[in-house]
Ligand binder design. Structure first.
Ligand SMILES: Cc1cc2nc3c(=O)[nH]c(=O)nc-3n(C[C@H](O)[C@H](O)[C@H](O)COP(=O)(O)OP(=O)(O)OC[C@H]3O[C@@H](n4cnc5c(N)ncnc54)[C@H](O)[C@@H]3O)c2cc1C
Length: 69
């Protein structure tokens, strides 16, 4: 644009891989590991990362109550 001082390109990349987790949000092969958020392949933005964080926090609390960890 005429009045622009600097124009930059923004790339949007998210993790193409997903660390698998079971119904208790725990890693399939590492007990006590809870893959969450964008890096683990469960979110692609601030809101979805936040929601996934809440789900995993609830799952951790439930696992503690149920004696699964
Ligand atoms: C330039 C840019 C612009 C974006 N704009 C938007 C937008 O406008 N709207 C939107 O919804 N989303 C946007 N996003 C995406 C959004 O930022 C991410 O989806 C979100 O931050 C993911 O949250 P997260 O907690 O899963 O991961 P992250 O926010 O990446 O948090 C991971 C944290 O782990 C830390 N960490 C990494 N390795 C280790 C380690 N070994 N030990 C300890 N800590 C470690 C990192 O330092 C980081 O603090 C943007 C992303 C980028 C890069």
């Amino acid at each position: 644009m005429e009045e622009a001082i600097l124009t930059g390109i923004e790339t949007r990349t998210s993790s193409p891989i997903r660390i698998k987790r079971n119904q208790h949000y725990q890693s399939l092969n590492t007990v006590g590991l809870y893959p969450a958020g964008e890096g683990a392949g469960y979110a692609g933005g601030i809101l979805s990362a936040g929601i996934d964080g809440i789900r995993v926090a609830e799952a951790v609390a439930l696992s503690i109550v149920a004696g699964r960890v």
